[in-house]
Write a protein that binds this ligand. Sequence first.
Ligand SMILES: Nc1ncnc2c1ncn2[C@@H]1O[C@H](COP(=O)(O)OP(=O)(O)O)[C@@H](O)[C@H]1O
Ligand SMILES: [Mg+2]
Ligand SMILES: [Zn+2]
Ligand SMILES: [Zn+2]
Length: 718
Amino acid sequence: MQSHTPAGRATPRPGTSENPPAAVAGPGGNCSPTTLIAPGRGAAVAMPPPPDPPGGSAAVEPQRAAGHPGAPPVEPGPIDLAARLREYGRLAAARTWRGTFAEYYELCRQRPQLARLSHARVFDMLTAAGVGRSDRGPTEYAFFAADLFGLERTLDQIYDYFGAAAKRLEVRKRILLLMGPVGGGKSTIVSLLKRGLEAHSRGADGAVYGIADCPMHEEPLHLLPAELRAEVLAKDGIHVEGDLCPYCRWRCRQEWAGDVGAVPVERLTFSEKDRLGIGTFSPSDEKSQDISELVGSVDLATVGRYGAESDPRAYRFDGEFNIANRGLMEFVEMLKCQEEFLYGLLTLSQEQSIKTSRFAMIYADLVVVAHTNEAEYQSFVANPKNEALRDRIILVKVPYNLRIKDEMRIYGKLLGEGGALGVHCAPHALEVAATFAVLTRLRESKKAGMSLIKKLRLYDGESVEGFGAADVRELQEEAEQAGGGRGEPVEGMGGISPRYVINRLSSAVSRQGCRCLTPLEALRALKDGLEQHTGLDRQAREAYLNLIYETRKEYDEIAKTQVHKAFVYSFEDSARTLFDNYLDNALAYWNRAKLADPITGEDVEPDEKLMRSIEEQIGVADNVKRAFREEMLVRISALARRGERFDYRSHERLREALEKKLFSDLRNIVKITTSVKTPDADQLRRINEVCARLVAEHGYCTICANELVQYVGQLLAR
Ligand SMILES: Nc1ncnc2c1ncn2[C@@H]1O[C@H](COP(=O)(O)OP(=O)(O)O)[C@@H](O)[C@H]1O
Ligand SMILES: [Mg+2]
Ligand SMILES: [Zn+2]
Ligand SMILES: [Zn+2]
């Protein structure tokens, strides 16, 4: 990870680590201990606080590559502000370096990587953060791992692009264009790169130097005359590319003539806010936007002083291309731009230079990462006029997630970030939301027996009856070939965005009195939002409503299983009791004897109804019940002779019968306890037990535990 140990003489304080790991805060979502008043029950039951929500994505959050110096140390307690400020100042001072070109050249000789170009800088930054390759899974990029989920293919392509560009291959001269649906993470990718570069430039490995006071903070090696460069490369292994900017060229003639070695050089700290090394260009209103925003402009106020518009002192090198020199520029919604701007971009990428009307080409070295949506890209491609530019683009698709697990991590991140939840997030709430979101992004398969839900499960890595990993590949190919024709987006390039989901969940949560985000609440919020969702035609809305319904069906199964599971804790005991009971009755039946009533002590007949209710579970008909009981008793005595105990598990069919009986009893219990207006003490105890177990063992709070039990009660009552 990014523990920068200064090397070389550039950094005066050896041993400084510039990026202490940022304190990692897990997503919120804990509720305080609550007292439950079960609706319609009038009884208060104290519940223990729920444990941390399960599956929190922050638990394994790797250290961020873009950590910032000055992040608080991890010790608990209040911050020692004075000490921290001193430390911050010390680190900032450690990063400053001023010297001469001759000294800088010496640094380069020791560390030729100082002379690398922008793409190589980005590549080294990504690599240094850690790239985990494995034969089994996808490659893991630690640089992105904490923030981006499920974008393996995209990240592979981005990394490969920088890898090739770092080797000064031709791809370097192409613009990286991220294309994807809204809210798919394009801006996030670029912003991670930008923030990362800022942090990288503060570390020793990412140190960048520029000619002091050059408006484009250009590479000081540009001072080397072309004639010497071959020799510099051969003897010192330093690769020099590019020429002085007009301003430095002028100073070279006027100020530095004769002593290039004394030209002042300084270390740079990339900062978008300071407009140094990182820039952003976004298209705005056609009329008001001027190309000078990209390439700079003549400063009319100073022209008078210098006499000519072509005097570089009268030029403001403050376009985004200029200021992002050495680093990275984000080109927002690139294809919304006027042609003029795109041609500026073309020159930059093709010739590595900025064209202005006043000067010859100005050399620039920067990474341009642009983004766009699919519709704009398609119409751009359709226009033959754009052919030249199209050839200059490396297109990388940034699709939506098609895996629930990854999608849930996005929600976990976004909801956790601002403490936006502030309420308990019930188990399965995010899963349900993610299921719906992913369903809207999938395309129906023509494969026989393949439903959308099955496809979703397969994509999620689960095994689905009758299908396997080979089918996943086939499905992906099918989806890809179905392509974007007929105006429909390719799989993953359309559907509901994570942002929509987050907005809906946030609004559900911020409703008055909401203390827990439950799966049903989440689904309701998603459904209600469809009404207001602009850009959805009637057909799409209906299709989505149908998917809400599908998701709900999925959840129903989950809910039932969950409640069953909550009963399983006492299952052993219950099964044993029931078994003993059955055995006593069966024995009495066989011996034609009577049983003692446990309370009154009176003699009673064997409980035929109880025995039959168990036997019927496994289809033992009335005319074979005798044989069944006999067989079981024979087995018992056989075991007893060998000194072994007969357990309810010793008899496979009986065990099954008991389990089924218990589950059906349970079903009745849940059904009854949730539907009666005033439950008796026993029913109340049962339901509270189940709720308590859901809270203690399954991550529920009292609110969602109660909702779950009631909901399952309704389902079972149908
Ligand atoms: N695959 C993903 N992994 C992590 N977060 C994502 C992913 N896709 C979208 N997001 C989150 O959704 C939000 C919207 O993404 P954004 O980068 O603004 O999308 P875009 O620029 O493509 O419209 C961001 O907060 C982003 O972090
Ligand atoms: Mg965006
Ligand atoms: Zn310059
Ligand atoms: Zn809850």
